[in-house]
Design a protein. Structure first.
Length: 89
């Protein structure tokens, strides 16, 4: 298992478009990936699950993955959130 914390800086938080960016990236990995807000976990490969977290600007979340490409997956999602949901190739 590998995890990393990040604070959402985007003014709009995680609404449908940023959530879809995360889902698209997460589905490229074989590992199980979750975003955790407070005590609630959401499947990073499910847009409905991510939207249910209601992540606002300033929210601290943990990205956690387990599987063969866990570190790469966490770092990729962390980078997207750090860059205000602009996907870097």
């Amino acid at each position: 298992m590998y995890e990393k914390k990040v604070v959402v800086k985007a003014d709009t938080g995680v609404h449908a478009r940023p959530a879809m960016t995360l889902v698209r990236k997460a589905t490229k990995y074989k590992s199980k990936i979750n975003l955790i807000k407070d005590e609630t976990e959401a499947d990073a490969k499910s847009i409905m699950s991510l939207l249910a977290l209601a992540i606002l600007k300033g929210t601290s979340i943990t990205i956690r993955a387990s599987g063969e490409d866990e570190q790469e997956a966490v770092e990729a999602l962390w980078q997207i959130i750090e860059n205000d949901f602009q996907e870097i190739s």
